[in-house]
Design a protein around this ligand. Structure first.
Ligand code: S3P
Length: 476
């Protein structure tokens, strides 16, 4: 049992000493939940959403659209009803729209706001406000939008909505957020907006457009890319959907099932969109025992994932692998730590501008555990070893304490307050990033007879508020 006091911002994790055989369900997919609220809000009529994610990021999207005048309510059957106002029915917000930690909310809503004739400001937490926005400011400006950011690249963003013109845009980096932002802006543009993506990314926005009968086309290109053509000024029909479980949340439990000796974890009704399950393909390359059962196509592809204990071997990740597993690198790094051989990741520079610099955070944390890891400019390298499970931690706690204390005896004679605080023992930081926090907790659970403190864990609420409840339900 992992004990957490209310509002706690750190947790002490004790390594597990017996196998897990469990079946769980993870919360609804975060990416689809954002889009369901946004596209329901600008649809003509009422939409119903079953199993919406109630993560902090998704609640920020609900609050944002309520601020824009949309009625969004929970029905008796625990469904969410969105009373769509149509493309042009949003109202000017009276105060700043808080985007919290959410890059998806910030970048997608900007496409909608750019086409609406009013003034709005978007601002999030310190992590979000340090993330680059030129990737949307530039193409939206080409469409005629008036959108300004701090240093022309960072939130807060201010937007004065205006008439947009259609453009052809070749998205320079694989990004579903940029693509979706431009699809949204295309709904408001005069003429046909054409978006080309060289590397295909998650297509949830396009799936909604089909579901909502919106006039658009999609075509594969000879080079393996994709061209999307959206007609401005159409009408979005309302919808009634059940959102499947989030694959990115399931990934933490897939890791536990694969790595904890003799375990088997089944995760029910998970989203299996082709552009989201890259981790499964890579894990199969590493000889993982993963089975998909009850596979079906609802409005998106869905299935149940069974992950069983496996002896894994290292692999090399290249640029082509990256978009389909973009959010899974922190937990992939944990998995690679126990795979025989050296795993390398290249072509993943985008990881430097996620909720934190994930390349730096992964390498620093693994090294702190005693796992050899090296940063590359565009990825990382991990020396994996199945025997790590029993051997990590180079120092015991008292040795560590003396290392920290010696460091603080500096020439000024003053103790460095940060180092003094650190003297309490071994700990790992999340860098304010939900996925780093959860990945480190999974790693700590795999270290039999060891205790690890993971700090700064409140960020887990960003995507997975009941992470500890699910963990406790299977480890008790
Ligand atoms: C998302 C797209 C990805 C992903 C993010 C969610 C989306 O971001 O990392 O967590 O819902 O469109 P990028 O488009 O920046 O790769």
């Amino acid at each position: 049992m992992i004990k957490l006091s209310t509002g706690a911002n750190s947790v002490l994790i004790k390594g597990l000493d017996k196998p897990l055989k469990s079946e769980i369900t993870v919360p609804a997919d975060k990416s689809i939940s954002h889009r369901a609220i946004m596209l329901g809000s600008i649809a003509n009529g009422n939409s119903t959403i079953g199993r919406l994610s109630v993560s902090r990021d998704n609640l920020a999207t609900v609050a944002a659209f309520r601020k824009l005048g949309v009625r969004i309510e929970a029905s008796k059957e625990y469904k969410i009803k969105v009373h769509g106002n149509g493309l042009y029915g949003l109202k000017e917000p009276l105060s700043v729209i808080n985007t919290y930690n959410s890059g998806t909310l910030t970048r997608l809503i900007s496409g909608i706001l750019a086409g609406n004739d009013f003034f709005s400001v978007l601002s999030g937490d310190k992590y979000l406000n340090s993330r680059p926005m030129a990737r949307i400011i530039n193409p939206l400006s080409l469409m005629g939008a008036k959108i300004f950011g701090r240093k022309n690249n960072y939130p807060p963003l201010s937007i004065i909505g205006s008439k947009l013109n259609a453009i052809y845009y070749d998205v320079p980096i694989p990004s579903a957020q940029v693509k979706s932002c431009l699809i949204f802006a295309g709904l408001y543009a005069d003429g046909n907006t054409v978006i080309y993506e060289k590397n295909k990314t998650r297509d949830h926005t396009e799936q909604f457009l089909s579901l909502q009968d919106y006039p658009f086309t999609e075509e594969n290109t000879a080079d393996g890319g994709n061209i999307i053509n959206i007609k401005g000024g159409g009408e979005l029909k309302p919808f009634n959907i059940e959102i499947p479980g989030d694959f990115s949340s399931a990934a933490f439990f897939i890791a536990l099932g694969l790595l904890l000796k003799d375990s088997e974890i089944t995760i029910k009704d998970v989203l299996l969109n082709d552009r989201r399950v890259g981790l499964i393909n890579v894990l199969k390359r590493m000889h993982a025992n993963i089975e998909i059962i009850d596979y079906r196509k609802d409005f998106e592809k869905v299935g149940t994932i069974k992950a069983s204990y496996s002896k894994l071997s290292a692999t090399n990740i290249t640029e082509e692998d990256v978009p389909d597993m973009i959010d899974e690198f922190p937990i992939f790094a944990v998995i690679a730590s126990f795979a025989e051989g050296i795993t390398t990741v290249h072509g993943a520079k985008e990881l430097r501008v996620k909720e934190t610099d994930r390349i730096k955070a992964v390498a620093a944390n693994l090294n702190k555990f005693g796992i050899k890891s090296k940063e590359y400019d565009d990825g990382f390298e991990i020396e994996g070893n199945p025997d790590y499970l029993g051997q990590l931690y180079k120092f015991n706690n008292s040795e560590r304490k003396s290392v920290f204390l010696n460091k603080s005896n500096n020439s000024t004679g003053l103790n460095n307050p940060t180092e003094k605080k650190d003297a309490s023992g071994f700990y790992i930081k999340s860098y304010g990033d939900h996925r780093i926090a959860m990945s480190m907790i999974i790693l700590a659970l795999l270290l039999k007879n060891k205790e690890t403190e993971v700090k700064d864990i409140r960020c887990i609420n960003t995507s997975f508020p009941n992470f500890f409840n699910i963990l406790n339900s299977i480890i008790d």
